[in-house]
Structure formats: C-alpha cells, structure tokens
Write a protein that binds this ligand. Structure first.
Ligand code: FAD
Length: 328
C-alpha cells in the first residue's frame, strides 16, 4: 500500500528479555518468565496449577536482563517491579495459601506505584535483597527448585527457599525486528532503543523531520509513561501536519550540476538518505532532497569532483572568510 503522509509516529514497542541457558535456572522445568506467569495466572481459575502440580511457594527473581553487570542491558526496565508486585497481589486475591518471596536488588515502585509495594507487604510477601555482584543462585531440588541468597537486609544471612515455581522477572529489550526504524533511519542510542532529539526538551521528536517516536521503542517505559509519550508524539505529529508546510534546514547541501558525474559516494556517506541520482539532459547527476538534508556535510569530503557545497559555506565563501581573518 502506498500512502502519502505528512508525519509518521513510530510506536513499535519492545521485546521481553529472553533469558540465556542456565541464567537464574532458565531451562529447569518449573522456571518461567513473568510474561509466561501472567498467562498461567490468566488460565488458572480456582487453583494455581503448573504442569499438573499445585503451586504454593513462588520465588520471583528480579532484574533478569536489566541492570546487568556483565551484559549489555545496563538500564532499569522500569515496569517490572510494579508489574511483579501487581501480579503477586493478583495471585493472593485469586488463590488461597500462596507464599511469595521476592529476590530483588532494591524495589523500584516509584511515585504513585509505591502503594502496590505496601499492599504486597501487608499481604505477607517476603522481600530478600542481594548485591548486584552476588545474585541469587537457582538449582533444581527434586520436584521443587531451591533459590539461595545472601540477604543484605538481614546483614548477609544465607537464606534459601524451596519454590514450587520460580518466576524470572524479565526486562525490556529493543525490538529484534527493526525494519520500521531502518526504513525511517531513526537513530539508536547506546542502549539500542530509538533515540529522541533531547530527552528533556524534545522527548518525542527524532532528527528525521516529521518522524516522531513514542512508548517503549524509545526505552523502557511503564503504561503511564507510554501513554504520556504517545499523547505528546500524536500532538507533535498533528502540529506538523496541521502547519501544512515543512520548515527546512537553512544550511543544506547543493550540487553543481555542471561538474557532478554521479559516482554515488555522496549517497553512501549520507546518513539521512537525502541523496539520489537523477538524469538531467542525458547526464546522471546527484540530487539532494531538500526536505530530508540536515546539512551535516558528510557528503562534501567524499565528492571527488568537488561538486557539492553547503549553502552559505562554498569553498569561495570560506576562502574569503579566511582572507578577511588573515588581513585583520
Ligand atoms: C508481563 C508484563 C507485564 C506488564 N505489566 C505492567 C503493569 O502492570 N503496569 C505498567 O505500567 N506496565 C506494565 N507493563 C509494561 C507495558 O506493557 C508497556 O509499558 C507497554 O506495553 C508499552 O507500550 P508500547 O505501545 O510502547 O509497546 P507494545 O505494547 O510493545 O506495542 C507495540 C505494538 O507495535 C506493534 N508493532 C511492532 N513492530 C511493528 C511493525 N513493524 N509494524 C506494525 N506493528 C508493529 C506490535 O505488534 C505491538 O502491538 C508490562 C509488561 C509486561 C511484558
């Protein structure tokens, strides 16, 4: 389908982190991830049953794939502490006799979500905390799974829990399918999520004019934060369309049609996909898309025939500036 549009809002979301083999017992039959556990809770009506066995003792292990010491995911995934405590409260309300143990690295139910932490504590949930460099160990033990921890809340006491089910609280990762971002050329940050122009001042705009981003595709977010960025990006996109005109960069590249022989090197160097070839008077030359060019100048040094200049910064103009400076 071909559509002509004035703005594009990318909201392609996230992928849940997939644990590596043996990571916190991943591979043991009664170790599941939080998204899997949510589906189990949805499917079980009166009794919580997994693989034919009634579940009573649940161990939640936090920060799986987030705040990694060795891995790439250094960030906090923001939603998981709240989502886990919410799920734990749900299990208490839905089933009788559930014991929940939270193996965490400091609970981050920030802001208004703190009441959920309070509610889970009042329901009898036990919180055990480890240092980042000494995480809990998970091992199979007959039909249960043992989780061991040096609990810093009790001065490093070694504690262990025999769990019927271990829930790995997996964080958010950038989506594996980046096709939309690649087509739109949305830049990514060091965390591999899409990058906004400025986190505080222009939080939903990208360096590509007319393209806005929202939600977890730009970094881990909970629902509230997702909604806020989505409404903001929709308003921003609408303001672009509503204006009816696109403001161009004042300084952009321009091609000397006489000397250009189209070698294609400028197009390869352009990160914004602003250069293509056109035929003019039977000759193939480079053409700049003025609404896409950012005036970064990357095409200039690769042009062997010296056929590209920046508006206001031609070789003659720069030489003249240097001359004036030398004379002063
Ligand atoms: C188990 C779990 C529990 C959670 N619980 C809570 C909670 O209790 N409270 C809370 O605040 N947050 C919670 N969250 C976080 C919440 O789910 C996210 O904040 C929210 O889903 C982010 O919304 P999003 O629209 O940015 O991304 P997504 O929900 O991932 O939506 C992105 C959408 O884009 C679509 N898409 C992707 N690529 C393309 C493409 N190329 N073409 C077309 N469509 C595409 C996807 O199919 C998807 O529908 C939870 C998350 C998980 C995993």
């Amino acid at each position: 389908m071909d559509l002509t549009v004035g703005s594009i809002l990318a909201a392609t979301g996230f992928d849940p982190y997939e644990p590596k083999e043996n990571e916190f017992g991943w591979g043991i039959s009664n170790v599941v991830t939080l998204p899997q556990f949510r589906r189990i809770v949805n499917m079980c009506d009166d009794e919580l049953v997994y693989k034919g066995k009634k579940i009573k003792d649940i161990a939640y292990i936090y920060c799986v794939g987030s705040r990694q010491v060795d891995g790439d995911n250094k960030y906090c995934s923001r939603y998981c502490c709240t989502a886990t405590l919410y799920t734990s409260i749900l299990t208490h309300k839905k089933y009788k006799g559930i014991n929940s143990y939270h193996f965490n690295r400091g609970i981050r139910t920030y802001g208004k979500q703190e009441v959920i932490y309070d509610e889970a504590s009042q329901l009898g949930d036990i919180f055990l905390q480890s240092y980042e460099y000494d995480p809990p160990a998970v091992e199979a033990a007959n039909d249960k799974t043992k989780v061991k921890i040096k609990d810093i809340l009790t001065n490093g006491t070694e504690l262990e829990v025999d769990a019927d089910l271990v829930v790995l609280v997996t964080g958010m990762e950038p989506r594996n399918d980046c096709s939309i971002g690649d087509v739109l050329k949305i830049p990514k940050g060091r965390d591999r999520f899409y990058n906004e122009i400025h986190m505080k001042l222009r939080p939903v705009e990208t360096v590509i004019d007319g393209v806005t981003i929202a939600g977890a595709c730009q970094g881990p977010k909970n629902i509230l934060e997702t909604m806020n960025s989505a409404l903001s990006a929709a308003a921003k996109s609408y303001s672009i369309v509503n204006k009816g005109e696109l403001e161009l960069e004042p300084i952009i590249a321009k091609v000397d049609k006489e000397t250009c022989v189209w070698c294609g090197k400028c197009a390869e160097a352009c990160s914004y996909d602003a250069i293509s070839s056109v035929k003019e008077n039977g000759k193939e030359i480079a053409e700049i898309n003025e609404s896409v060019c950012k005036g970064c100048g990357m095409c200039l040094p690769v042009c062997e025939s010296d056929s590209i200049d920046m508006d206001g910064f031609t070789n003659d103009e720069i030489e003249s500036m240097i001359n004036v400076l030398a004379m002063a």
